[in-house]
Design a protein around this ligand. Structure first.
Ligand code: ADP
Ligand code: MG
Length: 471
């Protein structure tokens, strides 16, 4: 269940919302607060620095370092320190504190890096954000020369900045928190809505397992679901066709198996119902019954062959086989049948061919073609079998001078039990399964079969098989 949720679309959408919505919000919040802080600090520093420069000039004019008693300047220093709630120290050239607005360090020596640097004429400033104060130093110079007389050191608290920052932080948290929450809720809502068509589709598919006569997929909310609906409808149509052909096959099989039985029953019944039947009639009828049994046997054998090849993974016994030899053998076996009709059988080979095939199944396929060419031929006709190959395939062509197959029947001849002329085929001992077996065998070898025919002129079947078996 847990795993299912993490794999669900809903979870993915929430993740997406967090990545494209919530994460930028957090980054924005940190960025804004940081930039506010640095801006406020640098403004405050610049402010103090300019105040210091003004004061330093005054200190220099009034010679305050030598005589730190000027009331006016003392008042100004105190004011400066109180405005910024900070501390101002005036330090002379010997680094002794002349005046400290806190009154703590007067007379003491200050040896800080900044003060020493400033006494060389360079003003400094630094921000200590841990202890929350800004420290600024400014050199006090002699008016007409550039000589440094002392240093003014101001350190002010940044509590007000930090306080503002904290207020901003709280507000930003509220705003961004609300936005994030809204995004997640909205994301979930959208995801749930978006998934509705998928749910409908799933429910419809589940109905298929209970029978698909009534099922019709019509989920057109999105292009994707529309495509999926169309694909599913196609699949259902295909299933229906398969189902129908299966039913038709079963009824055909029953019918075909029943026909010889009916004949046998008629023959047997007529013998039983007559008294004093002459031996000749007995022999004749028994001969007929034996023929019907053989026919039944033929049909069952052909059916078994077909069913074996129909399986999705039939066992093929693939081996390199000399196709010339194979065809010679087939023709040798069938020539006696041809002779009864005085049909001439000719074999023409353009080159020696070795191919990886299942010998038994390929023999069956090619025999059926040659047998048909002989069976459906005229008296004194001919059958022409030829073998050729290129670098990938070998081709077997079976041409005859027979009755031909009408155009509209051509696409059906591979169907099980299909015969153009039923009675003629039966007379010839056909089961109507020969071409179905041939085509199955050819397909198992990843090959193809085509036919060309002109009624009353003849028929040509062409089989194309890869030289190397493709798994
Ligand atoms: N070479 C051919 N010439 C004319 N008709 C043919 C030929 N091969 C097959 N057919 C027709 O196709 C039908 C199906 O052939 P097949 O599956 O071998 O069954 P059958 O057992 O009748 O031979 C045959 O009944 C016949 O009408
Ligand atoms: Mg046949």
């Amino acid at each position: 269940m847990k795993n299912k949720f993490f794999k669900s679309l809903l979870f993915r959408v929430v993740l997406l919302v967090i990545f494209v919505g919530v994460v930028p919000c957090i980054v924005l919040r940190i960025g804004i607060l940081k930039s506010y802080e640095s801006r406020a600090v640098s403004l405050r520093t610049a402010d103090i620095q300019s105040q210091c420069t003004i004061l330093c000039n005054q200190l220099s004019t009034s010679n305050y370092l030598a005589e730190p008693t000027s009331e006016v300047i003392n008042a100004e220093l105190t004011q400066l320190s109180s405005i910024y709630s900070g501390r101002v120290m005036i330090i002379n050239k010997e680094l002794n504190v002349v005046r400290d607005t806190y009154g703590l360090d007067e007379g003491k020596t200050i040896v800080s890096q900044d003060v020493i640097q400033c006494s060389k004429g360079e003003s400094t400033n630094q921000y200590d954000n841990e202890n929350r104060y800004i420290e600024v130093t400014s050199p006090i110079r002699e008016l007409d020369s550039d000589k440094v007389l002392g240093v003014m050191l101001v350190s002010v608290s940044t509590d007000t900045i930090v306080d503002t920052l904290e207020i901003l932080q709280v507000r930003a948290n509220i705003v961004f928190g609300t936005i994030s929450l809204l995004m997640i809720v909205l994301g979930c809502f959208c995801a749930l809505r978006m998934m509705r068509p998928l749910k409908t589709l799933t429910q419809s598919v589940e109905l298929v397992s209970q029978g698909y006569d009534q099922v019709d997929f019509q989920e057109h909310t999105y292009t994707e679901t529309q495509l999926m609906s169309e694909a599913l409808n196609k699949m259902i149509a295909r299933l229906k066709v398969l189902d129908e052909s299966r039913q038709e096959f079963v009824s055909n099989v029953s019918h075909e198996l029943k026909t010889p039985l009916t004949s046998m029953k008629v023959l047997a019944d007529s013998l039983i119902s007559q008294e004093n039947v002459p031996v000749e009639l007995y022999e004749e009828f028994m001969g007929d019954i034996a023929q019907e049994i053989e026919r039944e046997n033929d049909i069952i054998n052909d059916l078994l062959t077909l069913v074996k090849m129909d399986r999705t993974s039939p066992d093929l016994n693939i081996k390199p086989v000399d196709i010339n030899e194979l065809l010679e053998l087939i023709l040798k076996r069938l020539r006696p049948i041809a002779q009864t009709k005085n049909v001439e059988v000719v074999f023409e080979s353009f080159r020696p061919v070795m191919a990886e095939i299942d010998q038994v199944k390929m023999t069956l396929a090619l025999s059926n073609l040659v047998e048909n060419a002989i069976k459906y031929n005229r008296e004194n006709g001919w059958v022409h079998v030829s073998l050729n190959a290129d670098h990938k395939f070998f081709f077997v062509k079976v041409e005859d001078s027979g009755c031909g197959i009408p155009e509209e029947e051509q696409e059906h001849v591979y169907e099980r039990f299909y015969r153009v002329d039923k009675s003629h085929s039966r007379e010839m001992g056909g089961t109507g399964l020969g071409l179905a077996i041939t085509r199955n065998a050819v397909i198992l070898h990843r090959g193809s079969i085509t036919l060309e025919s002109k009624p009353e002129e003849g028929t040509t079947f062409t089989v194309r098989i890869p030289l190397n078996y493709i798994m």
